[in-house]
Design a protein around this ligand. Structure first.
Ligand SMILES: [Zn+2]
Length: 348
């Protein structure tokens, strides 16, 4: 009898260790706390913005499936005031230029044979920030040969149609995000480039001796792209990991498909961390200043002197960025697992 009880206890113990097999035995609150704590520890002082957005602030209710013309497209006077978004452009590395704003980033990678532009801010500010910024920095927008769109949200694809029409670069985007643009003509009014290159995992976009390697990192959107590439800092090669989508804008509030969506997101971050490590990345870039501190770091650059480059944080910190994203996504995923365990009959 005693043996049987011990055996039952052992089975229960291993079942709860396996978590999925006995959800009612799990201590969800403790698991959520542990995942959140892992993200907090990883964030340190470097990635507070990423931590706050993905772990602490309330998440959006889910995916926006509507197809409405944005109000700033219908009436340009409704665009946010310039002083909420304008930032000075900056030469960040020998061959990489920041041409974004206070909140959203756009990056110009210069080569001998032209420019690879990454992300394009909103339709209402891409002309001034990107084209104006390039001109201020001595770059000619006519030299844009490739345009890489990390994902099809208005804050990154906003200037793509205009830039494609004026300068005819090849445009690269993830397949599912090309589909999204084509199926939402109103949502992407004035922003939609014509379908061009569908990104493939590991694809290299090359101009002269510079290549950007494209990685498929679905999660933030199904077609989200991230990148690895090299830049030069005073002649020294420095490796960059570019994280193309961060917040949980997908369906995140119901177990089905939320748990699966978070799993996709977590696996992408795990994989991107490996790609960053393999590339030897010591710089983490994003398309939001909130996540990589670009706006503040650009101002630090001016006072750098002979000191270290403010963006060159070392490979361990680059890894920590992806740990923050994974920890916060896992905490949110466990919350949904808890919800599913509490009301399994309502699943689906
Ligand atoms: Zn987005």
């Amino acid at each position: 009898m005693r043996l049987k009880t011990a055996a039952t206890a052992a089975i229960l113990l291993s079942a709860s260790a396996l978590a999925q097999t006995a959800p009612d035995k799990r201590d969800f609150d403790r698991e959520i706390e542990a995942a959140t704590q892992s993200a907090k520890t990883a964030a340190g002082f470097e990635f507070l913005g990423t931590l706050v957005r993905t772990c602490l602030l309330p998440q959006s209710g889910g995916e926006d499936a509507s197809d409405n013309i944005p109000e700033y497209v219908v009436d340009p006077k409704k665009a946010p005031p310039r002083d909420t978004w304008y930032a000075e452009p900056a030469k960040v590395f020998d061959n990489l230029y920041f041409v974004g704003g206070k909140i959203h980033s756009s990056w110009a990678l210069r080569t001998r044979e032209g420019i690879i532009l990454i992300d394009t801010t909103y339709p209402y500010n891409s002309e001034e920030l990107i084209l104006g910024g390039m001109e201020k920095l001595g770059l000619d927008p006519k030299d844009i040969k490739y345009l890489l769109i990390s994902h099809a949200h208005a804050d990154h694809i906003g200037g793509a149609e205009m830039i494609q029409r004026r300068y005819h670069p090849r445009v690269v985007m993830g397949g599912p995000d090309w589909d999204l643009v084509e199926s939402h003509p109103n949502r992407y009014k004035t922003m939609a480039p014509k379908r061009d290159i569908v990104a493939a995992d590991g694809m290299k976009i090359t101009l002269a001796d510079t290549s950007v390697t494209v990685w498929l990192t679905p999660g933030h959107t199904p077609g989200t792209l991230s990148y690895t590439f090299d830049v030069l800092d005073r002649g020294r090669p420095v490796r960059v990991a570019y994280s193309g989508g961060t917040a949980f804008n997908f369906v995140n509030n119901t177990p089905d498909p939320g748990i699966r969506n978070f799993q996709t997101y977590i696996e992408s971050q795990r994989r991107m961390a490996v790609k960053a490590a393999e590339a030897g990345a010591t710089v983490l870039l994003s398309n939001h200043s909130e996540f990589d501190n670009a706006y503040n770091k650009n101002r630090m650059l001016a006072g750098r002197g002979k000191g270290p480059h403010p963006y060159d944080i070392g490979s361990e910190w680059v890894q920590r960025y992806f740990q923050v994203m994974q920890g916060c996504a896992r905490a949110a995923q466990i919350r949904l697992e808890q919800k599913a365990a509490q009301a399994p009959e309502r699943k689906g």
